[in-house]
Design a protein around this ligand. Structure first.
Ligand SMILES: [Zn+2]
Length: 297
């Protein structure tokens, strides 16, 4: 096996050991000790999240000499933990749906290679089902938390009615390409609205679907309907020159349609994002000449 990174090229050789019973028992004891050390490291890391963050060096110093292990083993375990933390941090940045699809594809490839109904086949099917269930639970958790946040906000602002843009037919009769089609079909909007309805009703707030055709393309200030949806997160109107956030413009239009039956009656006054967000990400949308303070926050 060879591991190649930017600077190093390490070759690992696997050597079969012939061990007697006593040596085997010793190995097992060491493995258990390493497990104990790992658990202690994880606990220390979790505890440190609330206060002073323990980095790799601090972990190594804290656990040095506390276990019946070679100091380098403890160091290696600490390094592994920090590597795991960093990997998890990177993964959190990526789309969970894409992660699920990747995992499913990998398992499907392995499933194809083995004999149907063999033990290996059954084992892989089980792990596919386990992964599926886990991703479902993770997604459900996110939707519950988001809907709770929305309803809490609505209660605090004394909102009586919620208008939700109806996207139930968004994927009907359109082909937006392989990736976008998959993304649309996996978008759990119905589940999300369902959770909002349950939580909102408990607080006496009504929830209603509003058709949202052309709401992204229509200017909420002058009602000019553009030929295409804006590229990027900023909506720039070529009719009246208004510069609004894309999300804010769409939300204002849906609110206007609910309240007055048409677009253009409601404008965005202030917009607050709960998390820092790149206003001009990925796309090559031209928002040149846009002063930085005009970007929505
Ligand atoms: Zn306009």
């Amino acid at each position: 096996m060879g591991y190649r990174t930017a600077e190093t090229n390490i070759t690992v050789q696997l050597v079969h050991l012939r061990l007697n019973a006593a040596q085997m028992a010793h190995c097992q004891a060491l493995r258990r000790e390493a497990g104990r050390c790992w658990t202690a490291l994880v606990q220390a890391h979790l505890a440190s999240r609330a206060g002073l963050w323990l980095d790799e060096g601090a972990l190594k110093t804290q656990f040095k000499g506390q276990f019946a292990l070679h100091s380098q083993t403890v160091q290696a375990l600490a390094e592994k933990l920090i590597a795991n933390v960093e990997t998890a941090r990177e993964l959190r940045k990526t789309d969970p749906d894409r992660l699920r699809n990747k995992r499913h594809t990998a398992l499907n490839i392995r499933l194809k290679r083995c004999v149907p109904n063999s033990r290996r086949h059954k084992k892989l099917l089980r792990s596919k089902a386990r992964a599926s269930a886990k991703f479902y639970r993770q997604g459900r958790d996110v939707l519950h938390k988001a809907s709770r946040q929305l309803v809490t906000f609505a209660v605090a602002e004394q909102v009586a009615h919620l208008a939700v843009g109806d996207v139930r037919d968004i994927a009907d009769g359109t082909d937006k390409g392989r990736q976008q089609n998959q993304r649309l079909s996996q978008w759990a909007h119905g589940q999300f609205v369902g959770y909002i309805k349950i939580k909102a009703r408990q607080c006496g707030i009504s929830v209603e679907y509003i058709p949202e055709d052309y709401s992204t393309r229509t200017c909420s200030v002058c009602r000019y309907c553009h030929r295409a949806a804006p590229r990027g997160r900023v909506f720039t109107c070529s009719g009246c020159g208004a510069i609004v956030s894309r999300d804010g413009n769409g939300a204002a239009n849906i609110c206007s349609r609910y309240r007055y039956g048409e677009y253009g009656q409601v404008q965005v006054q202030a917009l607050t994002y709960l998390r820092a967000t790149a206003v001009v990400p990925r796309t090559r949308a031209k928002v040149a000449g846009l002063p930085p303070e005009a970007t929505p926050r």
